[in-house]
Design a protein around this ligand. Structure first.
Ligand code: WT7
Length: 587
């Protein structure tokens, strides 16, 4: 099918977009200019939390809506910028009282509850480094990340603490303080924790954001690689200028908007565009505490008069599955701009947006490492359905091929596949992988940052996603390390080897499938299959555990003993097997 470019339907453009002339902005913009959108602190200091709340909390704008929390069966709860500043100041004082020093790590393990927003902003204000964890992780991914991050303070809920942290707490000597948000009726405060509310209520609302330097670390996001431990991606306070610039240009956030980002705050989108960017633009947002629910989502878009919506392909595909008729039971007169991120957005989904909501979805591309949107379709330009769009002003992108030496060849020709690369130097570029200098350096080559994605650029400069250069799995938008899943499976006494791949799924993009080789004395069969699935789920959590497990008499290995996931995948999907020269047993 031919997907011709689509412009926004007439009448949909209710406001002039922030970015009116893409070509001109690309030509003229330099990152120094983005500082005009920030307030800054005396002596060249910059603090993300100050930019996001404090500067709006003072004066008349303090009464403006910052966050409206929605929850099933409860009235909505509004926080103004002033309220949010007060709560974040209280939390900053809690941290000071605990003796948390600049640069030390504070983590959260929870969903979209009010305490999360106070924790993120209070941590940044205090000069500590904030690290989100995904609440659907099982105890093992939580342990690995808290340990790698040397996290000293964790904020979670009593329920999550009991299930995910208590079983591994004795393996985390660095974790000194756990503050829990209590659930009514959930029993006593768990041993070894303190009550979040009590700590907050006894702390002052007076706190002046620490004068961090623009290059001081602010955020630590864990992401997954093909091998080894999760990678701790470090971002600095200056990243906020990229958050503001992209929120304006790409999400088209403007004063008076009602913004809704559906991303989970356990991942980078949920923090960069679910907390920092909208607030730093002075824009109010909707936070829905519930998980995906098609009728509920349409109701929110309608009754809350959402103007800008940032969501993800898996969610859009779930809405599509629920049928366009459901979308049409409501109207969305306030809606102005729709955007998507995290995985390939099917061209059908872009166009479906028009049928269902009256507007197309604008695809955007970025990564945990890039810290902010790098490539996008803009409100002022026709969308090419299936394309990720064009580089954000201030970003130089390219298609490159790594050479034998340390350099790269830049692919100039349109339509040629290569690795998507970016010229380093934008403010939200990651500044390191925690404690892994060599791994960080390997991401840069010949003056480019190499993304690990394969893409092509068309003659008009639009980028098209092709695939990944590595074996990481994108399941429902979450990046999953096959190594982490294999390691968990191998802790089961029956398993001698495991190979984990992603297999295509019409809704989630990919789902995790594991192949295991058993130790002698164990019988492959349904009972063991069930047991292994349960074992993986217990350790990893539902979001990471394999959906399917199959037994293999012998997994394909290289002569050096590495499992050949690519070959497993090719065999599973009936694809060409490719280069087998390193396969063990072949000669
Ligand atoms: C990887 C980064 C982007 C923030 C949340 C995910 C894939 C991202 C797109 C897109 C096709 C996409 C890439 C990328 N990805 N956006 N628009 N089209 N693929 O951050 O977990 O670090 O994942 O997500 O493979 O490298 P992340």
């Amino acid at each position: 099918m031919d997907w011709s470019p689509i412009a926004k339907p007439r009448g949909a453009l209710r406001r002039e977009p922030c970015l009116m002339d893409y070509e001109q902005a690309r030509r003229d913009f330099t990152w120094g200019q983005a500082n005009n959108w920030l307030s800054g602190l005396r002596g060249g200091a910059l603090n993300m939390a100050f930019e996001a709340v404090d500067r709006y909390a003072a004066g008349a704008s303090g009464e403006r809506l910052a966050i409206r929390f929605l929850a099933r069966g409860a009235p909505s709860a509004d926080l103004s910028f002033r309220d949010l500043a007060d709560a974040s100041h209280r939390f900053a004082n809690v941290l000071s009282r605990l003796g948390v020093q600049r640069g030390e790590r504070v983590a959260t393990l929870m969903g979209r509850v009010p305490a999360l927003y106070a924790t993120v902003l209070g941590t940044l204000a205090e000069g500590a480094v904030y690290c989100p964890l995904f609440s659907a992780f099982g105890p093992e991914p939580v342990r690995a990340r808290l340990s790698l991050g040397s996290v000293r303070v964790l904020v979670t809920t009593d329920l999550l603490y009991r299930r995910k942290v208590a079983p591994i707490r004795d393996q985390l000597p660095q974790l000194e303080h756990v503050l829990v948000v209590r659930t009514p009726g959930a029993g006593d405060l768990p041993a070894g924790t303190a009550d979040f509310e009590v700590a907050m209520n006894t702390a002052s609302t007076e706190f002046a954001a620490v004068h961090t330097a623009p290059d001081d670390y602010a955020l630590l996001h864990f992401t997954s690689g093909t091998t080894g431990q999760p990678k701790g991606v470090l971002h600095v306070h200056a990243a906020v200028s990229a958050h503001v610039a992209t929120a304006r240009w790409v999400l088209d956030l403007q004063a008076g908007d009602v913004y809704w980002c559906t991303a989970d705050p356990g991942w980078v989108t949920g923090i960069s565009y679910g907390v920092i960017a909208p607030l730093a633009c002075g824009v109010g947002m909707i936070v829905d505490r519930e998980e995906f629910d098609a009728p509920r989502w349409y109701e929110i878009l309608d009754t809350e008069r959402v103007t800008v919506w940032y969501t993800a392909p898996t969610a859009i595909r779930m809405l599509m599955k629920a049928g366009v008729e459901l979308a049409r039971t409501r109207t969305y007169p306030a809606l102005r701009h729709l955007a998507s991120v995290g995985e390939p957005l099917n061209p059908e989904a872009v166009v479906w947006g028009v049928a269902a909501l009256g507007l197309p979805f604008h695809d955007t591309w970025w990564q945990t490492e890039t810290g902010a949107i790098m490539i996008a379709n803009y409100a002022c330009m026709p969308i090419r359905p299936g394309s990720m769009g064009r580089p954000v002003p201030g970003i130089e992108a390219g298609i490159v091929r790594p050479r034998e030496d340390d350099g790269v060849d830049v692919v100039e020709a349109a339509g040629e596949v290569g690795e998507l690369a970016l010229r380093p130097g934008w403010p939200s570029m990651f500044r390191g992988y925690l404690n892994e200098e060599a791994r960080y350096r390997k991401c840069f080559r010949g003056g480019w940052y190499l993304s690990g994605d394969l893409a092509q650029r068309d003659a008009d400069g639009y980028y098209w996603f092709v695939g990944r250069t590595d074996d990481v799995i994108k399941a429902a938008g979450h990046l999953i390390s096959p190594f982490e899943v294999e390691s968990a499976l191998m802790t089961h006494p029956a398993v001698s080897q495991a190979g984990v791949i992603g297999i295509p799924d019409p809704i989630a993009g990919s789902v995790v499938k594991a192949f295991v080789e058993l130790k002698s004395g164990y019988e492959a069969g349904e009972a063991l299959q069930r047991e292994l699935l349960a074992h993986a789920r217990r350790l990893l959590g539902v979001a990471v555990a394999p959906r399917e497990i199959a037994f293999a008499a012998q997994l394909p290995r290289t002569r050096s003993g590495k499992i050949m996931r690519r070959l497993l995948r090719a065999r599973e999907l009936g694809l060409p097997e490719g280069d087998l020269s390193t396969l063990e047993g072949d000669s």
